[in-house]
Ligand binder design. Sequence first.
Ligand code: MMA
Ligand code: CA
Length: 261
Amino acid sequence: MFPRSSGRLEMVVDIYESADSVRGHDPDTEKEDIMMTVNGDIKKDPHTGGDTAGGRCYRLTAVCVVLLCVLLLTAITVLWIKFSILNTEKDQLQTSYNNLNTEKDQLQTKYNNLTIERDQLQRERDGYPRTFCDPYQGRCFWFNFSFYYMSNDSKSWDESKQDCNSRGADLVIINSTEEQEFIVKQLGHFEAWIGLSDREKEGEWKWVDGTPLTTKYWASGEPNNAGDEDCAVIYSLNKAVWNDKKCSEKLHWICEKHVCQ
Ligand code: MMA
Ligand code: CA
């Protein structure tokens, strides 16, 4: 039955529950009329004047699907936001973990150095002389018949001299161009105390073993005693040169120990 109504083709499906009648139902009371236009509109049953059961079911399904979609979208959005927050938190935790790890390594290094220093001090207290070369505190090298120690830390000239003495050595005494060029190569761009000063008498430069200065390698214009400078440093100015500086300044230093000393 496909009657035409107001120019539109309407499909009317009358379902008669004939099967039900077979099962003992009255087909007249349980008859359902479904009228659906071709363009999908649900039409009211001209006999009853209200929505058909199929139309209501269709609308209910549509509403349910829309609701489900909205629910799904909300859930996805919430999950995505949570994921983003967790991701940011993860990154922050990773950064603080890395920072803590770096800090831990630094503390570990400090701890190791302090342990070495403590052991050294204990050995000294027990009467053992300080070892000349401690690779944790500086760099050690040798040249001709001498061992050299170049400090990692910085101290005044007096403290530096004391450190060398505690190693059974003294601040370096330079006897040749070869020796000082070799030392400067180890120094790189640093400057370091050498065993030369004029603190006893201004202008009378002496090595730490008391010998007067003969062969000099002062930088041009030095020593200038600028603001009372009585201690000498070595540094590189294309070649190895010396400068006088205030003895209280904290700088690296170089100890020298003769092989047969
Ligand atoms: C200048 C020069 C030196 C002096 C230092 C002190 C940078 O060099 O006057 O002779 O010893 O300053 O820092
Ligand atoms: Ca100077």
